[in-house]
Ligand binder design. Structure first.
Ligand code: AMP
Ligand code: ZN
Length: 496
């Protein structure tokens, strides 16, 4: 049955940790639930399947690397959940809202055409960061009818009302639990005050727009529906799309901390008032990527896109590693030096497994202990609210411990294979392409040194030197290809 839902196996990791002799099934996965402001043991609604909704991009521009911090956290969550359960993930695409309409109008391009390009760019960036695909990527403009139905129901229940401007608003005073997720008191809200734009602060908390009656600012973006001519508010989009694909009540809903209010708070109000059921059990939020103390954002102009980072000569995997090296609930300060450090860590891990590949020494008696500790630490770290710094520390500690015996040829070929297996398991979560590295033929240290020199030359825009090194490599029978995930090197048997 599962195979019908998931066309390909997503659980290669499942076996490895469950088969560990020390695997402790009593030790559960614990996640921090914003709803209750505490870490909680994760119990999925169905024992074998997790339903996960991740708020997706608003496609009015390129996503920046702050946005990708949140998407990467969601990827890590997805990968770790997939080591235990089947995961059904939905990531919506917000292709109609205040920002997309404003921007497409400024550029004089029809909304659909305008967002189309940014949707494609987003998928390209997901691919280069090795973010695993969700099962569904619904677009808001394909689900207008589902939104209208929920709003109709809220009108009938007298939870929504039509304002003088013909837009339809949610009356927050009719939902006693309003404010629970965001920790605000409904009493503090200005009775009858309304906010019609999609984004606003807690100070402005009040009745919010479910359906925005057409006005000339919206140009030719509108739908003729039973609610009149207009378009949906941003918040109803996620209620409609999450419930369509995951049902009225599902396991996990995520986003960045700025989504807590008003977006997620309003989603709860809309969905629960509509269905009368609890909407979501666990709400998880990633802290922001910051620059000099401020949130990375389009409006502050302090952002880089993934493409900017690649143009600077970094590998997308360095960015991936940069994100996982801090815990998702801590603010992460972005600097290019920090990214450089992440790049070095990725190289260290890759070099180590390449060296392991050619190990053929004596047997190392401490190996079982080192490996058991590494597996255990990795797993315990991940189960403790996705503590990726602890999990990556387990990887680096194993390198620290095994470096010298490897150097001194006291690790056997079979043992090296066991260590490689640990790295491959860990990489199902970290996503550093280690399996591909291993597939490549062994690269001698002298060649690796030349490759690093060429990378530095390219980073410094010294393309002449980079070309000279490429030629030198060719003379030594190695060709180099530059790929989005870094240089790939192949040995060639002869050069004509
Ligand atoms: P948006 O496209 O603006 O709706 O944002 C997409 C996702 O990125 C949301 O989950 C936001 O919470 C998240 N986000 C925005 N800025 C940052 C940042 N600086 N750091 C981390 N996540 C962010
Ligand atoms: Zn959303």
């Amino acid at each position: 049955m599962m195979d019908q839902i998931l066309p390909f196996s997503r659980n290669p990791f499942k076996k490895s940790f469950k088969e560990l002799p020390e695997y402790n099934p009593v030790m559960p996965l614990v996640l921090y639930n914003t709803l209750n402001r505490q870490k909680e043991i994760f119990h999925p609604i169905s024992p074998s399947e997790v339903k996960l909704y991740t708020c997706g991009p608003t496609v009015y521009d390129f996503a920046h690397i702050g946005n990708f911090r949140t998407y990467l956290f969601e990827d890590i969550l997805r990968r770790w959940l997939a080591s235990k359960y089947n995961v059904i993930q939905v990531m919506n695409i917000t292709d109609v809202d205040d920002k997309t309409i404003r921007r497409s109008k400024e550029k004089g391009i029809p909304l659909h055409e305008y967002t189309h390009d940014y949707i494609n760019f987003f998928f390209e960036d997901l691919l280069s960061l090795k973010i695993e695909p969700a099962e569904y990527y619904p677009r808001a403009t394909d689900h207008i009818q589902e939104m209208v139905q929920i709003i109709q129901d809220l009108l009938e229940k007298k939870i929504a009302y039509q304002g003088e401007d013909k837009s339809i608003y949610y009356d927050v005073s009719k939902f006693p639990e309003y404010g629970k997720l965001a920790h605000i008191e409904v009493k503090e809200l200005k009775s009858g005050a309304r906010v019609s734009h999609d984004e606003y602060d807690k100070e402005e908390a009040s009745d919010f727009a479910l359906w925005k009656a057409w006005d000339k600012e919206d140009g030719n973006v509108f739908w003729e529906t039973s609610l009149g001519k207009g378009r949906p508010g941003w918040h109803i989009e996620c209620s409609a799309m999450s419930m369509k694909y995951l049902g009225h009540h599902f396991d996990i809903h995520t986003g960045g901390v700025d989504n807590i209010f008003p977006h997620h708070q309003n989603e709860i109000a809309q969905s629960e008032a509509h269905t009368g059921e609890k909407f979501v059990n666990y709400w998880l939020h990633a802290e922001h990527l910051i620059v000099e103390g401020k949130k990375m954002s389009k409006s502050l102009g302090n952002f880089y896109t993934v493409r900017d980072i690649l143009k600077k000569g970094f590998s997308p995997l360095a960015l991936r590693y940069f994100y996982v090296s801090s815990h998702y609930r801590s603010k992460l300060n972005f600097t290019l030096q920090g990214l450089q450090g992440a790049e070095s860590s990725v190289h260290r891990i890759r070099d180590f497994i390449l060296r392991l590949k050619s190990a053929h020494g004596a047997s190392y008696p401490e190996l079982p202990e080192v490996l058991n500790k590494a597996y255990q630490e990795f797993k315990e770290g991940m189960d403790d609210d996705l503590n990726t710094p602890r999990a990556t520390a387990a990887v680096h500690e194993s390198i620290n411990h095994l470096n010298t015996p490897l150097e001194e040829k006291s690790i056997s070929r079979e043992q090296a294979q066991e260590v490689i297996q640990f790295f491959l398991h860990a990489d199902k979560i970290l996503g550093l392409n280690l399996d591909e590295i291993l597939k490549e033929s062994h690269i001698p240290q002298e060649i690796q040194k030349l490759i690093s020199e060429r990378e530095s030359a390219r980073k410094n825009k010294d393309y002449r030197k980079a070309d000279e090194i490429r030629k030198a490599l060719q003379e030594k029978h190695f060709i180099i290809e530059d790929t989005p995930s870094g240089p790939r090197v192949k040995r060639i048997e002869s050069i004509s």
